[in-house]
Write a protein that binds this ligand. Structure first.
Ligand code: ZN
Ligand code: ZN
Length: 279
């Protein structure tokens, strides 16, 4: 199993960091977690795409995590020679989001249906809303969801992908919580969205400091990984994006609380999820 960080950025536009999105390459195909800004550009760089993904999993409906849902929805439809509904999994509210996305695209859908004689069907999605439990189970691959805590944003989910004896947790935006703990138990890798509390407090703007109470700091993420003995912690959704030369500060904040491997995500970073290390 491979984890590819498609977008390591946040809501703040950045020339080098696409919006939050992670691809998990499994034995049954590519699973996409969140679909932030420029997700399909990043997919194209790793030989994936809207038509190739076996499932789109949304951790929550904050705009930065769903910006390019419309792009995936359209490309999945218009680039396929046969009907190929997009499987979408997410928290309660996902069906309404997909419906609203389709409604937004109605003029475009009309243009394309009128123009392409061989395109005889509308774009479609099969939506599975969940509040926890196993939501995908095929061959050696299982995806489990659990509720996370990103209040006042509700509901939100974290996911765990098990492929054979390997496992990765996609935490999404959350503070440390019981649902995330449940997913992390025995996992091989934890991909965790983080913010730098110290830097945000220094700036002192209320609009920015507001984000502290519903995101995890680097030490929060590190303590979660340490608590469960997760061998590899991947920090992503970096707020603010690390200024060149400051990467070591991020590592130091993590390694003060965590004895495993720390990875600071960049776009298109590809990681093999190695078999469980006996500790
Ligand atoms: Zn969020
Ligand atoms: Zn976010």
């Amino acid at each position: 199993m491979q984890v590819i960080i498609l977008g390591s950025g946040s809501p703040l536009p950045d020339p080098a960091r696409a919006g939050p999105s992670t691809l998990v390459r499994t034995a049954v195909g590519d699973l996409l977690f969140d679909c932030g800004r420029a997700v399909l550009m990043r997919c194209a760089a790793v030989g994936s795409g809207a038509g190739a993904i076996r499932g789109l999993y949304l951790t929550h409906l904050h705009s930065d995590h769903i910006t390019d849902l419309n792009d995936i929805f359209t490309m999945r439809w218009v680039m396929s020679l046969v009907p190929n509904p997009l499987p979408v999994f997410g928290p309660i509210g996902t069906a309404a989001l997909v419906q609203a996305t389709e409604a937004m695209l109605e003029p475009d859908i009309g243009y394309r249906l009128a123009h392409h004689d061989d395109l005889q069907w509308r774009p479609a999605a099969t939506v599975t809303e969940a509040d926890g439990g196993v939501i995908f189970d095929e061959g050696s691959v299982r995806v489990t969801a659990a509720p996370t805590d990103h209040a006042p944003v509700r509901p939100t989910l974290g996911f765990r992908v098990d492929d054979g004896d390997r496992s990765v947790v996609i935490a999404g935006d959350t503070v440390p919580c019981a649902g995330l703990d449940e997913l992390c138990a025995g996992a091989d890798m934890l991909v965790y969205t983080v913010v730098r509390r110290d830097l945000i407090e220094q700036v002192g703007l209320p609009r920015l400091t507001d984000v502290l109470d519903y995101h995890s700091s680097v030490p929060d993420a590190a303590r979660t990984a340490q608590r469960h003995g997760v061998p590899t912690l991947v920090l992503t959704h970096l707020v603010p994006a690390p200024a060149p030369g400051t990467e070591q500060e991020w590592f130091d904040q993590a390694t003060a609380h965590f004895t495993g491997d720390v990875v600071l995500a960049t776009d298109l970073l590809t990681l093999d999820v190695t078999p469980p290390r006996r500790r």
